[in-house]
Design a protein around this ligand. Structure first.
Ligand code: UDP
Ligand code: MG
Length: 309
């Protein structure tokens, strides 16, 4: 690979995508060939258990523009993306998935918008493709909650984005360990243009996101973007304090009148409700403490095992 800076870097995180990698690469290169004078494709193998790394080496033999990075284990898409972004050298950087769910046919329009002055071109999901009711509902709930808590609207947002070098340089200065690319990118600002797209079907294989992984990402997203849940706890405490006042007065009144034995049900209910509220509050604070702990440790976001240039 020449040392000159390519016009475009395409960054693709890969997890168990060996089966259809050649199709993906061919399609992307087919689009790029006539579009930009120079480009590189940064493929990051996120510690796949299948032979994704072998597939990357094979593509490297066919196309000199391929750059391969293999992480030492599965660090998750966000970390793999960070590895690719830190490596990318282009004047514009395109981020997309490796399963052709982000249609390469959209790239010409995205580049055109970038050339006419947009700093970030975001592809926004018009439809979510074939997705079952549960995961649709789940993402609806997540984005609804996220928007309400953080004021950043991510409805339809995807990781299919083209950004200018300046935006990437700004992104590289966000040092947090807990990454949420979509949100961090929105936080950066700059001149943004949106372009709608329909999510295609997977080229093959299956999604690398388990429910646990998604839940973790959602937790990271909310806790790294908002401390609103902590303030919500204070609000709950205020409400309880307001209720405590009349109940306390009533109890004292009954005590003075000599009827203090009644009201066991109330006592039990109060213990149950307050107990669970207090535990919930401590747990919530714990989540934020854990976040702080992870950040303070300052471990690298990923570990690179191998690289081909
Ligand atoms: N991916 C990754 N690490 C993971 C899970 C996924 O790098 O731990 C990559 C995957 O190879 C793909 C992209 O992230 O390029 C999106 O993943 P996937 O298609 O599985 O997610 P979905 O489209 O179902 O949201
Ligand atoms: Mg996908």
């Amino acid at each position: 690979m020449t040392e000159t800076q390519p016009v475009l870097s395409v960054v693709i995180p890969l997890y168990r995508e060996s089966m259809h990698l050649s199709v993906t690469i061919e399609e992307i290169i087919g689009v790029l060939k006539s579009l930009v004078e120079s480009f590189e494709i940064v493929l990051v193998d996120d510690g796949s258990p299948d032979d994704t790394w072998g597939a990357i080496l094979e593509q490297k033999k066919r196309f000199d523009q391929i750059q391969g990075i293999r992480l030492s284990r599965n660090f998750g898409k966000e970390a793999a993306l960070a590895a690719g972004l830190e490596y990318a050298r282009g004047s514009a950087i395109l981020v997309m998935d490796g399963d052709l769910q982000h249609p390469p046919a959209l790239i010409p329009d995205m580049l055109k918008l970038w050339r006419s002055g947009a700093d970030v071109v975001e592809a926004v999901k018009r439809s979510r493709g074939k997705e079952n009711f549960i995961s649709r509902l789940r993402s609806q709930m997540f984005y609804g909650l996220f928007t309400r808590l953080t004021g950043v609207d991510l409805h339809g947002a995807s990781d299919f984005k083209l950004m200018d070098r300046r935006v990437l340089n700004a992104w590289l200065r966000l040092y947090e360990r807990n990454l949420f690319f979509r949100g961090m990118n929105a936080w950066l600002g700059f001149r943004r243009v949106q372009i709608p797209f329909d999510v295609a079907e997977r080229a093959g294989g299956q999604t690398g996101w388990s429910s646990i992984k998604l839940l973790k990402l959602a937790m990271t997203a909310v806790t790294s973007f908002s401390s609103a849940p902590l303030y919500l706890m204070i609000l709950v405490a205020v409400v309880f304090a307001a209720l405590a006042l009349p109940l306390g007065l009533q109890t004292l009144f009954l005590k003075i009148r000599g009827h203090a034995v009644d009201g066991f049900t109330t006592v039990i209910l109060l213990i149950l409700i307050l107990g669970s509220m207090v535990m919930f509050g401590i747990g919530l604070v714990g989540v934020y403490v854990a976040r702080i702990y992870e950040e303070v440790k300052g471990r690298p976001r990923y570990v690179i095992a191998e690289q081909v240039k």
